[in-house]
Design a protein around this ligand. Structure first.
Ligand code: AP5
Length: 186
């Protein structure tokens, strides 16, 4: 299966992605993790991404496209993958569609995890990743509202979008996603 997980910072995309990849046996492709890894290794992509990530802004589309294309070309993605945090802009959604069409591998589902802002802030304050600084979180949320949330309409129009209530325990949220997955499989 090929699935994309969409949601604001702190919605639980990473948390749910881990469970989903175990259930489906497909790799977890998180563009945030790929970018942090590139930064740690000091690659050119990492150096270009750093000023954006440190300030909570989205990294330029071209840079992310390249990382995704390279990752999806690897053998473990042959039977599907779970994209976590990609696409995040209309341009990224179009790029993904083009790639899927070229490979004749349609997207099965776009899962949008919805969580109210006060809960997101509480969750992120309790985690403490490098970009969980208060001002950076505000910027990340702004970028989500301006660029990523409107993009969800793209999947709504195609009938692949499933909106999930992200409140409750991770187990409860996972059960809701699993119900949608089962619906998409039949
Ligand atoms: P990324 O790493 O993708 O971060 P994000 O979208 O801000 O999301 P988070 O990882 O903060 O949250 P999450 O939804 O995964 O929640 P999690 O499961 O961790 O991106 C970081 C940066 O990289 C971006 O700002 C941008 O600069 C760049 N980037 C990445 N992709 C890009 C792209 N495609 N284009 C351009 N730039 C890109 O959970 C959060 C916390 O909540 C955890 O502590 C968790 O334990 C807790 N939690 C989760 N679920 C629950 C629950 N149900 N109940 C209680 N607590 C919960």
């Amino acid at each position: 299966m090929r699935i994309v997980l969409i949601g604001p910072p702190g919605a639980g995309k990473g948390t749910q992605a881990k469970r989903l990849t175990e259930l489906l046996g497909v790799p977890h492709l998180s563009t945030g993790d790929m970018l942090r890894d590139a930064m740690r290794k000091g690659t050119e992509a990492g150096q270009q991404a750093a000023p954006f990530m440190k300030t909570g802004r989205l990294v330029p589309d071209d840079l992310v496209h390249q990382l995704v294309l390279e990752r999806v070309a690897q053998a473990d993605c042959a039977n599907g993958y779970l994209l976590d945090g990609f696409p995040r802009t209309a341009a990224q959604a179009i790029m993904l569609d083009k790639m899927l069409a070229e490979r004749k591998t349609p997207l099965d589902l776009a899962v949008l995890i919805q969580v109210p802002k006060d809960v997101l802030l509480e969750r992120l304050a309790g985690r403490g990743r490098q970009d969980d600084d208060e001002l950076v979180i505000v910027k990340r949320l702004e970028q989500y509202d301006e660029l990523t949330h409107p993009m969800a309409a793209y999947y709504q129009g195609r009938g692949t979008l499933r909106e999930i209530d992200g409140l409750g325990s991770p187990e409860e949220v996972f059960a809701r996603i699993e119900t949608e997955l089962n619906g998409a499989r039949h």
